[in-house]
Ligand binder design. Structure first.
Ligand SMILES: *[C@@H]1O[C@H](CO)[C@@H](O)[C@H](O)[C@H]1NC(C)=O
Ligand SMILES: *[C@@H]1O[C@H](CO)[C@@H](O)[C@H](O)[C@H]1NC(C)=O
Ligand SMILES: *[C@@H]1O[C@H](CO)[C@@H](O)[C@H](O)[C@H]1NC(C)=O
Ligand SMILES: *[C@@H]1O[C@H](CO)[C@@H](O)[C@H](O)[C@H]1NC(C)=O
Ligand SMILES: *[C@@H]1O[C@H](CO)[C@@H](O)[C@H](O)[C@H]1NC(C)=O
Ligand SMILES: *[C@@H]1O[C@H](CO)[C@@H](O)[C@H](O)[C@H]1NC(C)=O
Length: 526
């Protein structure tokens, strides 16, 4: 096991009893060891995504994806004008990565396959053997180390040839995605038993087609986002049913889709309209994807259907901006997941969007009808969108458990959760975040009866963060992006996480925080 001598060097305890944690009934910062432990069959893991860590953008026969192409032609799309050409260079350093994962002591590694590394043109007529070998070697090495690979097929890296087709807004891409998935199952299904079709289709659709208008978008706000939503769901169902029919009998693997939500705390929990705004947010953010798959009746949630239909009618559309599934599609989607994969990072406070003219604008945000704020007592991380409210994690899991009865039979895995800062290995704030958020899980399991069976920290190492480039960090390991070797160094949060994995409890005193520590990223909001 890992030496904790680096940890012991950090003496002097600081137990902050902060205001912010007294607000909204959060108990004070803990000390000592958590009373509850994680159950014996609970799986700990750590995650990454191909484009964010791999580099090797044109090596070993890889074809270009949307991000390669866009960042080369328009570098200003990232705040630091960086790209993913080298990134953490996992293409060459994957054995170092596996050593790092081993040192954490986790049982599983969530990673993604770069679509164009195995299918350079996106299509299955051209399979790149060098790319095929790259992932096969990684899966074999992970299994040798007793680490279960959990593999995402689509983590936002659309093959460049499909940009001209519109990406996910073109239904033909569903066929290409199915073909790609079939190749992956055939090539790796003997080794990989846990598959994730699409990572956060909600954020992918929102960011690509609504907010940032990434290359595949044709800029029809309030329209494309729902076509993308619709096609992502249809693509997921197609792949799930294909695996079920063609591979599951032999390979016995499990397949799901990764869904994401922040927790929307009602601005005033005593106001029914704020409670309703919270419910509306959840249905529009995660219910839109979860209801078709996990509910008994299937299809989009009724409130989502009604909201977007009503808005479309008001706006003069003869046809709703939210497409309809066929009966066959409703059936194919219902039950198309063997577990629930949840990503969660942040919370917000919500109330109804008041302006009576909001319906005139075509937008997802206005369809939602929810006004988003933050609690002034919550701490913010280095990302403008991340506000720390650990009980929100437990509330979200409970909301899912209460909404989808099937979660009594199939488990929830937390496939991403983590903290964002500006870098450095003495990441006391990340340590606190993991302690406080992980503390919520045994509560959800033991006190609320939620069926949570695993947790993947995001991320194994610092990486390329989309439009934020390399300016913000998520890693348990720091990566020196100025060194040609991309040297990796464990942060305090890595030692702390390894201790949680080893002891199955949270020891709030394991990393001793120096007194007078001036925090670099956290600040009270406003
Ligand atoms: C453990 O339980 C005791 C008694 O209820 C409580 O005082 C203490 O705060 C708990 N410790 C943690 C870390 O939750
Ligand atoms: C794949 O794309 C490359 C670059 O556009 C092209 O040169 C090549 O002919 C394509 N290969 C196949 C098999 O389609
Ligand atoms: C949609 O409009 C109908 C008819 O005006 C109304 O009864 C219903 O409450 C509306 N639904 C939503 C979710 O706004
Ligand atoms: C949404 O509605 C608000 C008013 O409630 C308006 O200020 C805003 O511009 C609208 N449009 C978008 C794209 O959010
Ligand atoms: C990079 O790694 C090589 C081989 O381990 C080593 O010789 C070299 O000194 C390293 N360079 C830097 C800048 O760390
Ligand atoms: C932290 O910041 C305060 C105020 O700027 C300063 O007085 C103090 O010396 C700093 N402490 C350390 C350990 O740097």
């Amino acid at each position: 096991m890992w030496s904790s001598s680096a940890v012991a060097r950090n003496t002097a305890v600081l137990l902050t009893i902060s205001l912010l944690q007294l607000a909204r009934g959060i108990s004070i910062v803990k000390s000592g060891v958590s009373n509850y432990s994680f159950p014996d069959d609970f799986i700990f893991g750590v995650g990454t995504a191909a484009f964010q860590i791999e580099g090797g953008w044109n090596e070993g026969g890889k074809g270009e994806n949307m991000w390669d192409t866009k960042l080369h032609s328009e570098p200003t799309i990232t705040v630091d004008h960086s790209n993913g050409d080298v990134s953490a260079d996992s293409y060459h350093h994957y054995m170092d990565d596996i050593e790092m994962i081993k040192k954490l002591g986790v049982q599983a590694y969530r990673m993604s396959i770069s679509w164009t590394r195995i299918l350079p043109n996106g299509t299955d007529n051209n399979i790149n053997q060098e790319g095929v070998k790259y992932y096969r070697t990684i899966f074999e090495e992970l299994l040798k180390a007793n680490i279960t690979p959990v593999v995402t097929l689509y983590h936002w890296d659309m093959p460049t040839p499909f940009i001209a087709l519109g990406g996910w807004i073109n239904a033909k891409v569903i066929d290409y995605f199915e073909d790609y998935a079939r190749v992956a199952f055939r090539l790796y299904g003997d080794l990989v038993k846990m598959w994730l079709t699409i990572n956060e289709p909600n954020e992918n659709c929102k960011n690509t087609y609504e907010y940032y208008k990434l290359p595949a978008a044709v800029k029809l706000q309030g329209v494309e986002i729902y076509i993308c939503t619709h096609n992502s769901l249809r693509a997921h169902a197609r792949v799930y049913r294909m695996y079920e029919k063609e591979f599951k009998p032999d390979q016995q693997g499990k397949v799901s889709i990764v869904l994401e939500s922040a927790w929307p705390e009602p601005n005033d929990p005593n106001k029914p309209e704020d409670v309703e705004a919270s419910e509306n947010y959840l249905q529009m953010q995660i219910g839109m994807f979860a209801h078709p798959i996990f509910s008994e009746e299937g299809d989009y949630p009724r409130v989502v259907r009604e909201k977007i239909n009503n808005m479309s009618r008001l706006q003069g559309f003869a046809r709703s901006r939210l497409p309809y599934f066929t009966d066959e599609e409703v059936t194919a989607l219902r039950g198309s997941a063997d577990f629930f994969a949840l990503n969660h990072y942040s919370s917000m406070t919500v109330s109804p969007l008041k302006e009576d003219y909001y319906w005139k604008d075509l937008s997802y945000y206005n369809d939602t009808g929810v006004h988003i704020q933050v609690d002034p007592f919550w701490t913010r991380s280095a990302a403008f969108w991340q506000y720390i409210y650990p009980p929100g994690f437990r509330k979200l899991i409970n909301w899912l458990q209460n909404n989808y009865k099937i979660l009594r039979e199939i488990p929830i895995f937390i496939t991403e959760n983590g903290y964002i800062d500006l870098g450095g290995t003495e990441d006391y704030e990340r340590v606190d975040y993991y302690n406080d958020y992980l503390y919520q899980l045994p509560l959800a399991i033991h006190e609320d009866g939620c069926n949570v069976k695993g947790y993947f920290a995001w991320s194994l190492m610092d990486h390329f963060e989309w439009r934020d480039g390399y300016t913000i960090k998520f890693g348990l390991y720091s990566v020196d992006f100025n060194s040609p070797n991309r040297t990796r160094t464990p942060k305090l949060s890595a030692y702390n996480y390894a201790n949680i994995v080893r002891t199955r409890r949270i020891d709030f005193d394991y990393i001793k925080r120096p007194e007078n520590l001036n925090t670099t990223t956290s600040k009270l909001a406003k």
